[in-house]
Design a protein around this ligand. Structure first.
Ligand code: SF4
Ligand code: SF4
Length: 101
């Protein structure tokens, strides 16, 4: 099992999740974060830390978002680790309101 970042992260990238992960398994690109499933120890700390509810345990990912399991695995292999909080992307607050979070 591992935790998965879904599309709700795309465009906001608040990175609160990064600060609570004990094993530095978050990776980042210019759009969002991804969890490396090989490093994730399933502690669950990141899920409640995300203000837009973008992070789910893989067995709870709904059918229409299952593709994100593979996307996290692939993108984690292609992007750098992020272990410190970064400023949210421009428009993140608006997006948060749009998501009802
Ligand atoms: S806290 Fe949520 S929105 Fe922010 S980077 Fe992490 S997964 Fe994305
Ligand atoms: S579940 Fe724990 S180990 Fe896995 S990404 Fe979240 S904070 Fe990191």
């Amino acid at each position: 099992m591992a935790y998965v970042v879904t599309d709700a992260c795309s465009g906001c990238r608040y990175t609160e999740c990064v600060t609570v992960c004990p094993v530095e398994c978050f990776h980042i690109d210019d759009r969002m974060t991804y969890i490396d499933p090989e490093n994730c120890i399933d502690c669950g700390g990141c899920a409640p830390a995300c203000p837009v509810g973008a992070i789910l345990a893989d067995y709870l990912v709904p059918a229409d978002k299952r593709e994100w399991i593979g996307i996290n695995r692939n993108r984690a292999g292609e992007t750098p680790v992020v272990s410190a909080r970064l400023p949210p992307l421009p428009g993140a607050e608006e997006r948060r309101r749009m998501l009802g979070a």
